[in-house]
Write a protein that binds this ligand. Sequence first.
Ligand SMILES: NC(=O)c1ccc[n+]([C@@H]2O[C@H](COP(=O)([O-])OP(=O)(O)OC[C@H]3O[C@@H](n4cnc5c(N)ncnc54)[C@H](OP(=O)(O)O)[C@@H]3O)[C@@H](O)[C@H]2O)c1
Length: 282
Amino acid sequence: MRIAVTGAAGSLGGRVVQLLGDRADVDVVAMTRRKLPAEAFPPQVEVAVANYADPPALRAALKGVDTLVLVSSDGPDAQVLLHHRNVVAAATAEGVGHVAALSSVDADVASPFCYAVVNRLTEDLLLSSGVPCSFARASLYVEFFQAWLIEARTTGLLRLPAADGRISLVARDDVARSLAALAVGEPTGRHHDITGPESVDLAGIASITTEAWGTPVAYVDIPDAVYCAETAASGLDPWWLYAFSSMFASVREQRWDRVRDDYAQLTGHSPVALRDALSAHG
Ligand SMILES: NC(=O)c1ccc[n+]([C@@H]2O[C@H](COP(=O)([O-])OP(=O)(O)OC[C@H]3O[C@@H](n4cnc5c(N)ncnc54)[C@H](OP(=O)(O)O)[C@@H]3O)[C@@H](O)[C@H]2O)c1
C-alpha cells in the first residue's frame, strides 16, 4: 500500500511518516513544501516536494498513491482553505482511494473559531468529492497549549480569556497514531474524536501544571479585550492574535470539552493523560 502524508516536515506529519515507515506493508511518500536533507526521513521513505499552493506538484506527488493522510495546513484561514481545496482536487484527479484527514473536535461553520470553520468546510469538501475518507477530529494538542503554560511558569499566572471553558487536551503523538491507524484501515466515511482522557477547565490545567512541573501556576480569567490588548502589545502577529482570540471564544462555548474513546478504539491504547504529557515535556 502506498501512503502519502502532507505536512511531513512538521511535528505531526513527521510522526505519522515515522509510524507508517516502520510498517513493512506500506510505502510512504513524505510530502513537504521544501527540499530537506536526505537524513530528514528514514531511508525507505520517498520524498515529494509539493507546496499546497502548487496544484501540478500536488498531482505529481499523488500519482499512484492509494491513501493520503491530509495534515491540515497552517496560516490565514482563507489561505488554508484554498490549500485544502488544492489537495482535495489533486487527490480526486489522481484517483486516490482514501483520504484520512486531520480535522478538529470543534468543526462547525457556526463556531467563532476560524479553523473550526475551515475544518468543517474541508470535511464537507471531501465528503462531496466522492473520494472515500475518514476524519480524525483532534482536540487541542498539549504541545500547542503548552506555550501558554511555559509563559505562565515564569509569572505564576495563566492569564487567558477562557472563562470556565473545559478542554480535553490531547498529546500530539496520540493524534499521529490515530491518523496512522486510520490510514492503514478501510475508509470509515465518518469522523473520530481524538481527545485526551479528561476534560479540564483552566484552573484545573493550572493545578495539573503546578503538580507536573513543581512550579505554582494559578489561572486568572481575563476579558477577551484585555487578552487582545496585552497580546497585541507583546508584538504577536495580528493573524495569530485573531486566531487565538477566536479559539478562546470557542473554548468559552465549551466546544472542546468532549471526551471520547475513539483513540482507544482505533489504536487499542489509552490516550496519554495531561499530567503525564506535561511531565514528559517539562
Ligand atoms: N489541534 C491543535 O492544537 C493544533 C494546534 C496547532 C496546529 N494545528 C493544526 O495541525 C497541523 C499540524 O500541526 P503540527 O504541530 O505538525 O504543525 P507544524 O509542525 O507547524 O507542521 C505544519 C507543516 O505544514 C507545512 N506547510 C505549511 N504551509 C505549507 C504549504 N503552503 N505547503 C506545504 N506544506 C506547508 C509546514 O511546512 P514547513 O515545515 O516548510 O514550515 C509544516 O511542516 C497544523 O498545520 C495545523 O493545521 C492543530
